[in-house]
Ligand binder design. Structure first.
Ligand code: A2P
Length: 276
């Protein structure tokens, strides 16, 4: 059973969920079904992942009621203008087959296009109309966050950013904490690239756990929301088996020392400008 993180709007989200970026559309329903069987209650998808239908199918055939599941999706890039955002949101809800979405995020700020404030106002409108319970952002830097908060008075509940032991984003933590914005880690396993790291390997051996479990445990102890991706039934279950051990101060010190300014695996939000 996973803990939940309280959000600044009074709602909450399970701390550990399944991310379905790069899960094949044809496999998504089965993969999400395995996750729900393994105990996951939070699923993170996006319009850009092109697998929302599979998530919807898994929700409908799940053995747990809809009300026990927490579903996140994200507004695609290039859809920040109000009319387009409303249309895209309707398409998302159609694909997911839901009446109300738990969390909807602006996927990337796309600062060159300079429409993210309009997108944020549209998410506020959808939330106020009762179609979304909580609204947040992804890949927002501090200047983007300050701007949407300043122009609307509404603070996102989460900011989902790339974060893992090799790119820990420690300089971001204080600003988020002071505004009550929860950080959600994407590519928490470094997109799989940390899974042969010798430092993590030694820590994992000390605890009798795998490297993936060790990294997921690190996110949990950092009070981050974490959404590892796997499309494999055994690895999905193993990634949820992280509640029977605790990293100690020595482990945490060794992982803290892995942080690198160059550790990013994905795009830089200040420059990113792509269709997704
Ligand atoms: P797979 O889907 O075949 O399991 P991230 O969440 O950081 O993006 O990392 C996802 C990558 O890590 C995927 O390539 C996934 O592959 C792999 N992965 C996820 N969980 C595990 C695990 N427990 N052991 C090994 N690889 C894993």
């Amino acid at each position: 059973m996973t803990d939940t993180i309280a959000l600044n709007d009074g709602n909450s989200i399970p701390q550990l969920g399944l991310g379905v970026w790069q899960v094949d559309a044809a496999e998504t329903a089965q993969v999400v079904g395995w996750a729900i069987e393994a105990g996951y209650r939070s699923i993170d998808t996006a319009e850009g992942y092109r697998n929302e239908e599979g998530v919807g199918e898994a929700i409908r055939s799940a053995s747990v009621p809809r009300s026990e599941l927490h579903i996140t999706s994200k507004l695609r890039n290039g859809a920040h203008k109000r009319d387009r955002a409303l249309r895209e949101f309707d398409a998302t809800m159609q694909k997911l087959g839901l009446e109300q979405l738990d969390l909807f995020l602006i996927h990337w700020p796309m600062p060159k296009r300079d429409d993210y404030v309009e997108a944020w106002k549209t998410l506020i409108e959808l939330r106020d109309a009762g179609r979304i319970r909580s609204i947040g952002v992804s890949n927002f830097n501090q200047d983007h966050l300050e701007r949407i908060i300043g122009e609307t008075g509404v603070t996102p509940v989460v900011n989902q950013i790339e974060l893992h032991p090799r790119f820990q984003q420690r300089d971001k933590r204080e600003f988020h904490a002071s505004h009550g914005i929860a950080i959600e880690s994407w590519s928490p396993l470094g997109s799989g690239r940390l899974l042969d790291d010798p430092t993590l390997g030694a820590i994992a051996v000390r605890h009798g756990k795998s490297i993936a479990q060790t990294i997921i445990r690190w996110h949990l102890q950092q009070e981050l929301i974490v959404i590892p991706k796997s499309a494999n039934r055994d690895r999905i279950a193993a990634n949820f088996d992280v509640f029977d051990f605790e990293l100690d101060a020595e482990d945490l010190g060794e992982i803290a020392a892995m942080d690198s300014r160059d550790g990013r695996t994905g795009s830089d939000p200040a420059r990113a400008d792509f269709e997704f």
